[in-house]
Write a protein that binds this ligand. Structure first.
Ligand SMILES: *[C@@H]1O[C@H](CO)[C@@H](O)[C@H](O)[C@H]1NC(C)=O
Ligand SMILES: *[C@@H]1O[C@H](CO)[C@@H](O)[C@H](O)[C@H]1NC(C)=O
Ligand SMILES: *[C@@H]1O[C@H](CO)[C@@H](O)[C@H](O)[C@H]1NC(C)=O
Ligand SMILES: *[C@@H]1O[C@H](CO)[C@@H](O)[C@H](O)[C@H]1NC(C)=O
Length: 436
């Protein structure tokens, strides 16, 4: 069993289809995390799928952003902020083996998440799919040098894989298979589950997939070129860079303090479990921006905040979707079947739910706090300065959003307080959730 300490920084993003592994992405979590967070957080992942109307754009209650179409449209609409992500199809194999000291032959793990390298944090990946269980076992058994593998983002819409991935090192595994569990109506179920603890140790460009007869339970093997952390070049230490470094830290600290100090804002933006835990968000100073390796810790922290905000939006959306689904199902004749299947609902309700999800997806993406594509862009960048500029624009955007929102809340609560004073009513809070 993992200790609460291990789980402290881990929470599941249930963004990956059930046949695949879960990438346990870090969220802000209270110190005493419940070990069952995995299960309770992930129950909802089967509850909704995208349906007919928008299936081509596959919005769902998951608020997932691992889509190639989305990456593409962001570059088109905002080329100054977004870099192009290169993808390839995994069936694109190379005939001949590349034989060069620079290249490495390692297992490839396509995932619905992006892992930030060099952050020093441990990541958890829960393997269910047989080929991933096999990979974890092979890595553990020393079949692959230093237990290294390459995790790379897989687009949900095209199934293509990003051509830059994160080199991960398997540290430890924990076999949590469930054997002989009975499912209704009585089938025996064996769930092979291997929880892998890994560390992200580098970035690699995927050159090709080894050509061989991959069976259904075989994992892919890739040839990759591992980037070495190139030392910060002198010309990056310009005055301009110094001022960017100051700015990024100033913006970050401001965002951090708003989340910590503005209770009404935090209660709108953060899930319940994170409202106090937000105090544990680390502080940074500008020297970290100058250090190419340590800078990744700031990137990782920012991704954790993005994950947390997504989790908050997602649970709110799913609560609404569930409520509407159940209400609609109760109107139908016959016994109520739970969980409610989307396809069994009247068409107008299906349409309403799809609209709701699509709107929530759009609103969420407009926040600029998604934890996948922006981070894929960052790991794809070769120069430190570009990564810094990209993260700087992300953090600044969030600062501006929070500041605008904060002043709105303030104006509103002053107004409300005024009215309450007139009526002699001091019980506040009625307007707290007016800002979504
Ligand atoms: C790989 O798969 C894609 C999509 O299924 C297909 O369009 C493409 O032709 C395939 N390429 C090869 C080399 O099989
Ligand atoms: C990561 O895991 C390793 C091996 O289990 C452990 O020694 C290390 O302290 C962990 N690091 C963090 C930051 O939890
Ligand atoms: C979705 O957004 C559109 C346009 O902003 C709006 O007209 C529509 O009512 C929204 N639908 C739902 C279900 O919220
Ligand atoms: C004061 O506010 C509470 C909650 O908003 C409300 O239930 C109550 O009726 C109000 N009392 C007066 C005197 O307006």
């Amino acid at each position: 069993m993992p200790t609460p300490q291990l789980l402290k920084f881990i929470i599941i993003i249930c963004s990956i289809t059930s046949s695949e592994a879960f990438a346990a992405s870090r969220c802000i979590l209270p110190t005493l995390a419940r070990p069952f967070a995995f299960n309770s957080q992930c129950k909802s992942r089967t509850s909704s799928g995208s349906t007919s109307l928008y299936s081509d754009r596959s919005h769902s209650s998951e608020l997932d952003s691992a889509y190639e179409w989305l990456a593409e449209s962001r570059v088109q609409n905002d080329p100054s902020i977004h870099g192009k992500i290169k993808w390839f199809h995994p069936n694109n194999t190379a005939d001949s083996k590349i034989d060069d000291i620079e290249f490495k032959r390692i297992p490839l793990y396509p995932l619905g998440a992006v892992h930030v390298p060099h952050s020093g944090e441990n990541h958890t990946i829960i393997n269910i799919e047989p080929k991933n269980v096999k990979m974890a076992m092979d890595l553990m058994n020393g079949i692959w040098e230093n237990s290294l593998f390459c995790a790379s983002l897989r687009a949900r819409d095209t199934n293509r894989v990003a051509s830059v991935g994160t080199i991960m090192q398997l540290l430890d595994t924990d076999d949590r298979s469930i054997v002989g569990a009975k499912t209704w109506p009585g089938d025996e179920l064996t769930l092979n589950r291997v929880v892998a603890k890994c560390r992200a140790v580098g970035v690699a460009e995927i050159l090709s997939i080894e050509k061989c007869d991959y069976g259904e339970d075989d994992y892919l093997i890739a040839y990759v070129r591992i980037y070495n952390g190139e030392a910060t070049t002198q010309n990056e230490r310009s005055n301009e860079f110094d001022s960017i470094a100051l700015q990024i830290i100033d913006d970050y600290q401001k965002v951090r303090s708003i989340y910590i100090n503005s209770q009404s804002l935090a209660s709108n933006e953060l899930p319940k479990f994170a409202r106090n835990a937000v105090q544990t968000l680390p502080t940074f100073d500008n020297t970290i921006v100058h250090n190419e390796m340590k800078f990744w810790m700031l990137v990782e922290t920012w991704q954790m905040l993005c994950n947390t905000i997504r989790q908050s939006r997602r649970s709110r959306l799913q609560a609404i979707v569930n409520e509407l689904s159940v209400a609609a199902a109760m109107q139908a004749k016959g016994p109520l079947e739970l969980p409610v299947k989307r396809k069994s609902l009247p068409l107008d309700v299906q349409k309403q739910l799809d609209d709701l999800e699509q709107n929530a997806s759009r609103d969420y993406l407009e926040l600029g706090m998604e934890p996948v594509l922006d981070f894929q862009e960052i790991i794809s960048m070769k120069r430190h300065i570009d990564r810094v500029m990209k993260l700087a624009s992300m953090i600044q955007r969030e600062r501006l959003r929070l500041e605008a929102k904060e002043s709105l809340i303030q104006a509103f609560s002053e107004m409300e307080l005024g009215e309450e004073l007139v009526s002699g009513n001091y019980s506040r809070g009625s307007g707290k959730n007016a800002f979504d």
